[in-house]
Structure formats: structure tokens, C-alpha cells
Design a protein around this ligand. Structure first.
Ligand SMILES: Nc1ncnc2c1ncn2[C@@H]1O[C@H](COP(=O)(O)OP(=O)(O)OP(=O)(O)O)[C@@H](O)[C@H]1O
Length: 267
């Protein structure tokens, strides 16, 4: 591939199951220093897109390159440790008695539940630093099953960062969080987005309120098709958002945050 800065490169990518098109004919590129938000209603195909980007799913049609490797021609097991994926599906597979610190350290081994491993001291230090970055260093000795939803989300992000991935994929990280938890997570993700050493990031969400300051690009998805994509401020307009969610929406920007609601009907 010519452009080595492309971490995700989709050309005419479709995923079909039977007669259903989950995503259709997607052209999308993510570069090393970009932070993307993927926005769309339930069932739009956001998770499907993220699973393609995480080398968890092969396209039915089209060309998919991840980190310069062509999917279908490369060993995905070698590729996956270079990608930090954080999703509710992963959360459900974690044994509740797994210790938070071990869970983060074991990401280096790309396996769940390897708590018996003799971890390298440096790995342990790095895991604690990442937990600290997410504001939950004090939870290192707690078991995953005892954590709140917000604490779990942060643990999974720390885990996803442990392998020093080249791309970080976050599927609805703020889902299920209360207002304070959401705001805190948005602030942490914003710090990460503004860190020039942080990996390329793709964040899937339903809500414009969850877009962390520092995110640079947006892709709007509806019924498996792209409504708009490009620079965040260009793409995130009332018109595009209304088209994406199929209703008249009012969009406001306050400082570096976005807010949306349905337009009031007149009369
Ligand atoms: N194996 C499958 N067979 C048929 N349809 C499927 C299959 N897997 C997913 N779908 C459908 O594809 C569509 C896209 O699913 P996807 O999970 O990618 O959407 P999403 O945008 O992440 O939705 P949500 O916001 O609700 O999580 C949905 O309508 C879903 O029901």
C-alpha cells in the first residue's frame, strides 16, 4: 500500500448476512493521527464497521487493509495485538473473579484469564500507569465482577492500551454510565485524543454529547450506508444529523462540546 499512515483502509467494503446488508459499499480511511467518531442510530452498522476495523470480521465484498495488511491475506492473530478493541462483547467474556491489574497486564499476552502468568515487573508498572491515566489505579487489586459499569469501561480501555496498539477502537464506551461517569470518561478520552503519542482512535456512539474534545473526524452511518464523513465540524451539521437519525434535529455547539435534540414543532 502506498500510504503508510493509513491504519484503516476500506474500499467498497460490504458485509452481508443472507439477504441483509449490514454495511454496504463503504469507502473509509483512517490515518495515524486521526480521532474518529462513528455516529448513527441503533442497527446502523456501527459495530459491524468496528469489528471489520478490529480484524474480527471479514468483508463479504471489497478490499480491507488494516495497518498496511490486507485482510484475507494476512494472519489476523498477528494483527489483533496491534489493535486495541474495547467492546461490551469483550466485557461479557471476562471472568468476574479476574483481578483488574492482572486483566490489564494479561492483554500483553492477548489472552483472557491468564492470571497465573509470572508477569514482568515492567508490565505491571505499565498496567498501573494506564489504570492511573484512567483514574482507577486504586482498583488494581479488585476483581472485575465487583466493579461498577463506569469502572469496567475504564478498565477495558486501560487493557486495550496495554499492548501499545496502533489503533484504538471503542464501541460505545459511555453506554450505561451516569452523567458524572459519562463526563469523566469524556474528559479522559479527550486527554487521550489530544495526546500526540496516542494511537489513532475510532469511537462508536449514538450521542453527539459523548464526542470528546480533540476528536478530529466523523462518519455518520444510517442503514449500513455512509451519510457523510470527513472533518468533524464539516460533517456534524443539523442537516446531516437529521438525515442520519431520520428526524428534524437541532444541533448546538457549546465550547468544544455538541448537544442535539429534536426540533420543536411549530403551531
Ligand atoms: N448475523 C446477522 N444476520 C442478519 N442481520 C444481522 C446480523 N448481525 C447483525 N445484523 C443486523 O445488522 C444491522 C447492523 O448491526 P450493528 O450491530 O452493526 O448495528 P449498530 O449500529 O452497532 O447498532 P446498535 O447501535 O444498536 O448497537 C442490525 O440491523 C442487525 O440486526
Amino acid at each position: 500500500m502506498e500510504n503508510e499512515d493509513l491504519v484503516i483502509h476500506m474500499q467498497g467494503v460490504s458485509v452481508r448476512r443472507g439477504k441483509t446488508t449490514l454495511v454496504g459499499d463503504v469507502d473509509w480511511s483512517v490515518e495515524l493521527d486521526e480521532r474518529w467518531v462513528v455516529l448513527g442510530p441503533n442497527g446502523a452498522g456501527k459495530t459491524t464497521l468496528l469489528r471489520l476495523a478490529g480484524a474480527e470480521l471479514h468483508p463479504t465484498k471489497g478490499l480491507l487493509h488494516l495497518l498496511g495488511e490486507r485482510i484475507g491475506k494476512t494472519d489476523v492473530f498477528e494483527l489483533r495485538p496491534r489493535i486495541g478493541l474495547c467492546s461490551a462483547a469483550l466485557s461479557g467474556r471476562i471472568p468476574p473473579d479476574e483481578k483488574v491489574g492482572d486483566l490489564v497486564v494479561s492483554a500483553g499476552y492477548a489472552v483472557l484469564g491468564r492470571w497465573r502468568e509470572e508477569y514482568d515487573r515492567l508490565d505491571t508498572k505499565r498496567a498501573l500507569a494506564l489504570l492511573g491515566q484512567l483514574g482507577i489505579e486504586h482498583l488494581a487489586d479488585r476483581t472485575y465482577g465487583t466493579l461498577s459499569e463506569g469502572e469496567r469501561k475504564r478498565t477495558l480501555i486501560a487493557r486495550a492500551l496495554m499492548t501499545d496498539p496502533e489503533v484504538l477502537l471503542l464501541d460505545e464506551p459511555a453506554a450505561g454510565l451516569d452523567l458524572g461517569g459519562r463526563e469523566d470518561l469524556v474528559a479522559r478520552l479527550s486527554e487521550l485524543a489530544l495526546d500526540p503519542d496516542a494511537p489513532a482512535t475510532v469511537l462508536v456512539t449514538h450521542h453527539v454529547e459523548e464526542i470528546p474534545p480533540g476528536f478530529t473526524h466523523a462518519l455518520l452511518l444510517r442503514e449500513g450506508a455512509i451519510v457523510a464523513q470527513g472533518l468533524l465540524d464539516d460533517v456534524l451539521t443539523e442537516e446531516n444529523l437529521s438525515k442520519t437519525f431520520d428526524q428534524p434535529l437541532e444541533l448546538q455547539k457549546a465550547g468544544d462540546r455538541y448537544f442535539a435534540r429534536r426540533k420543536a414543532t411549530q403551531g
